[in-house]
Design a protein around this ligand. Structure first.
Ligand code: F6P
Length: 323
């Protein structure tokens, strides 16, 4: 391997810049040429590819977003799109790839490896934490910190006005951000897609908290919840508890921005080096992750399919602490 291309794809996540920097620095350390592929697979198809130098990665570690930019490419899902992308890589002599992104992005890397034999390693870059083969994905910790800081602020005003807030957090169809935000912000309840909570149960819990003279009530709702998002749940509760003053806040994309936490910087940096060393050792079509503080390589097909579940203990703990 002589020339490695690196790209970020799908929803951006804090720590992606730190990961790119580590990949490029490690590449330079091993005397490899490093190429930035801009706007994910779109850039591969449109030949938006540039050789990277040291100056490109100066002062990026601490910045949110991704300086390589990101996109969700529909064209890369077609065989014609992937052929164009491969031709562009060949043109630049790029002989290996590091793909930083979530399950869709890693699926792309897997397909590309299957079709063209381009050695590829994936890095888990998503705030959702919904990839197997790693305890935490790059960006998850920062997103949880951001959510919790925002919820703390909501709590101030909720308490002042004796209001019940429904706060919707991201996570697509996974409840990892929600369960952490729920535990970390003393939520009255946490609704996650992995566990069904009947509306009656939530009503009961809120009534019990009122009896116990709780000063404020914040219910965390994961965006992918089976009974709907925060707005739908709030409407249902309003019907059952008409005397409550209810407000809804959707945290949305603010959870994707900001300077990465120390945890995400270190995780991204370790995994960036692991990706380059893994490629040099012939580990292809795998995702690098960290489990129990050890770097592990998991086949991409396993990392994306075996979606990990919110820990049963976390769910139990959240419940104990909110009743
Ligand atoms: O996968 C990251 C994520 O932020 C999800 O939590 C969310 O459902 C989705 O991306 C939003 O995607 P977009 O920015 O394309 O609207």
């Amino acid at each position: 391997i002589k020339k490695i291309g690196v790209l970020t794809s799908g929803g951006d996540a804090p720590g992606m810049n730190a990961a790119i920097r580590a990949v490029v620095r490690a590449g330079f350390y091993y005397n490899l040429e490093m190429y930035g592929i801009y706007r994910g697979y779109e850039g591969m198809i449109n030949d938006d590819i540039k050789k990277l130098e040291s100056k490109n990665i100066a002062h990026v570690l601490e910045r949110g977003g991704t300086f390589l930019k990101s996109a969700r490419s529909a064209e890369f899902r077609t065989p014609e799109g992937r052929q164009k992308a491969f031709d562009n890589l060949k043109k630049h002599g790029i002989d290996a790839l590091v793909v930083i992104g979530g399950d869709g992005s890693l699926t792309g890397a897997h397909l590309f490896y299957q079709e063209f034999g381009i050695p590829a390693i994936g890095l888990p870059g998503t705030i959702d934490n919904d990839l197997s083969g790693t305890d935490s994905t790059i960006g998850f910790d920062t997103a949880c910190n951001t959510a919790i800081q925002a919820i703390d602020k909501i709590r101030d005003t909720a308490t002042s006005h004796d209001r019940l807030f429904f706060v919707e957090v991201m996570g697509r169809d996974a409840g990892f951000i929600a369960i952490n935000a729920g535990i970390g912000s003393a939520a009255a309840a946490t609704l996650i897609p992995e566990k069904k909570m009947p509306i009656e149960k939530l009503v009961e819990r809120l009534k019990a908290r009122k009896k116990a003279m709780k000063q404020s009530n914040i219910v965390i709702v994961a965006e992918g919840g089976k009974s709907g998002g925060a707005t739908e749940i709030a409407e249902k509760i309003k019907k059952q508890l008409p005397s409550y003053d209810i407000k809804v806040t959707i945290l949305g994309h603010l959870q994707r921005g900001g300077s990465p936490s120390s945890f995400d910087r270190v995780l991204a940096s370790k995994l960036g080096v692991a990706a380059v060393e893994g490629l040099m050792q012939g580990k292809y079509d795998v995702m690098a992750g960290i489990i129990n503080n050890k770097i592990v390589f998991t086949p991409i097909t396993k990392a994306i399919v075996d979606d990990k579940e919110v820990d049963e203990d976390d769910f139990r703990i959240a419940k104990i602490l909110s009743t």
